[in-house]
Structures are given as structure tokens and as C-alpha cells.
Ligand binder design. Structure first.
Ligand SMILES: Nc1ncnc2c1ncn2[C@@H]1O[C@H](COP(=O)(O)OP(=O)(O)OP(=O)(O)O)[C@@H](O)[C@H]1O
Length: 254
């Protein structure tokens, strides 16, 4: 059984059919790319997968469970986390607190408001556990030395890493990355590719990413789906898809 199974997904905004009859099947541990020209519907698909938009048609299954139409919080608890095209960190919070924010969806770190106000033992216990877990994640991304920095003071490449660390803090099965290399220089992109590989291998993560940087796509994605005008133009092994004449014509512009 595929980890993520999307069947006949569609959404309309007024008269605009932004995504139509979209199908996708991703296996556990796969590194999967979703590509296509600007406005093809890629982010809209992420928004449906994460509960931001309710699909007009179709179904989404995560590990066999129907998650179609659930809220963003419910879907995150079910195991889907994402990053955004424009980095969305809590820019005034510290690097550590950004990762801790991701941990709050888990029962083991929960405490009531009253427990927090009164600083009861459960508060100290949960905070200590969260600090340890968050520092562990920051170490993985070599951000532990900057744990007390304001998130907005990190250089761009590190902010991207922090966003991934925060998404991983929610303990997902599936990680969605929306244009992770956007705005990066070639060195940052190279490092990002290593980070994505590392996350997949060390966290046994399944990753679906949207990306325009073809070097990144061909370098790390095992399978690809190409979207054009809201519909699937091609899907399959990355090297086959990138040689597909229709894909070359519609997307690569050669
Ligand atoms: N909330 C909305 N209301 C109306 N139209 C929308 C909405 N969200 C997306 N669209 C439209 O849906 C289409 C697909 O947009 P989407 O952002 O998903 O494309 P994309 O493939 O992610 O593009 P890009 O690569 O530029 O990020 C566009 O025509 C967009 O204007």
C-alpha cells in the first residue's frame, strides 16, 4: 500500500479549474518531485494535501486513511508537515522556540494553561523535554550554536533549514517542501540537496517536493509528476520523465 494515495483530486475557484483529475501514489521513503510551469497548480495541491483548501472532488489517503477535507491541525497530527514557498518562520522568536513550536502538536509535551501559569512540575518536565528534543533537532541541522538567535537574524539558507527542522519537530510521516531552493545560491542549493537526502535517510522520511531548480530535481528526486494547466502531463522515473518530449516542450522549453 502506498503511503500517500491521491485519487481524482480536483478544485475549482469560481470558473477556474485549478487542479483537475490529479492522481498520485507515493511509497514510504520515496523522494518524489512535483514540477510544472508557474500557475500549473502545484501549491494548490499542497494546500489540499495539508487541509488549507478543501478539494471540490477526489480523495486523499495517508497510510490508507481517508484524510480528505480534514483541518490543517488534524492533518498535521495524522502525519503531514510542510514548508512554504516564502519562508514562514516566527521571525521574532528564537531559533530554539521555532522548533519547540513544532513540538506542541504532540501529547507527550502537552500541559494545561493553568499548569503553565502556576509553573507546576508538569510544566518544568514538559519544557525540559521539549528543550532537549528541539536541541537534538537543531544539532542535526548544525543550528545548535545559533539556538538563541532571533530566527530572522539567520542567513537565508539556515532559515530554510530551520523551517525543515520545525516541520520535522511535528513528527511527520510525510514532509512536503514547497520550492525549498527558491532564492538560494548554487552553494546553498548543493547543501540543501545534502540536507534533504540526510533527512530522508536518517529520519526514514517520505518527501514530496515542488521545485523549479532542475539541478535539484534531477539530482535528488527518484520519481516525478509533471503538472500542466492543473492536469498531470507525465509521471514516472525522473530520468524518463525529463526525456519525455511533451514535458520538454511544455516545461523545459527546449
Ligand atoms: N485561493 C485562490 N483563489 C483563486 N485562484 C487561486 C487560488 N489559489 C490558487 N489559485 C489559482 O490556481 C492556479 C494554480 O496556482 P498555484 O499557486 O497552485 O500554481 P503553482 O503551480 O504553485 O505556481 P508557481 O510555480 O508559480 O508557484 C493559478 O491560476 C492561481 O491563480
Amino acid at each position: 500500500m502506498a503511503m500517500l494515495e491521491v485519487k481524482n483530486l480536483g478544485i475549482s475557484f469560481g470558473g477556474l479549474r485549478a487542479v483537475d483529475d490529479f492522481n498520485l501514489s507515493i511509497e514510504q521513503g520515496q523522494l518524489y518531485g512535483l514540477i510544472g510551469p508557474n500557475g500549473a497548480g502545484k501549491t494548490t495541491i499542497f494546500n489540499m494535501l495539508t487541509g488549507v483548501y478543501k478539494p471540490t472532488d477526489g480523495k486523499i489517503f495517508l497510510d490508507g486513511e481517508d484524510i480528505t477535507g480534514k483541518s490543517t491541525i488534524e492533518i498535521n497530527k495524522e502525519g503531514i508537515a510542510r514548508t512554504f514557498q516564502n519562508i514562514r518562520l516566527f521571525s521574532d522568536l528564537s531559533v530554539l522556540d521555532n522548533v519547540k513550536a513544532g513540538l506542541h502538536n504532540q501529547k507527550e509535551y502537552e500541559y494545561s494553561t493553568l499548569t503553565g501559569i502556576l509553573r507546576l512540575p508538569r510544566y518544568h518536565q514538559a519544557e525540559k523535554a521539549m528543550n532537549e528534543k528541539a536541541m537534538e533537532l537543531l544539532k542535526v541541522f548544525e543550528l545548535d550554536g545559533e539556538a538563541d538567535y532571533k530566527a530572522s537574524n539567520l542567513p537565508y539558507g539556515k532559515q530554510r533549514k530551520l523551517e525543515i527542522a520545525r516541520a520535522l519537530a511535528t513528527n511527520p510521516k510525510l514532509l512536503l517542501l514547497d520550492e525549498p531552493a527558491a532564492g538560494m545560491n548554487p552553494n546553498e542549493t548543493k547543501e540543501l540537496m545534502e540536507t534533504i537526502h540526510f533527512v530522508r535517510d536518517n529520519f526514514h522520511m517520505t518527501i514530496l517536493l515542488i521545485e523549479h531548480d532542475m539541478k535539484l530535481v534531477s539530482g535528488i528526486c527518484e520519481k516525478l509528476t509533471v503538472l500542466n494547466f492543473g492536469q498531470v502531463l507525465a509521471c514516472g522515473e525522473t530520468s524518463d520523465v525529463l526525456r519525455n518530449p511533451e514535458v520538454v516542450k511544455a516545461y523545459l522549453g527546449e
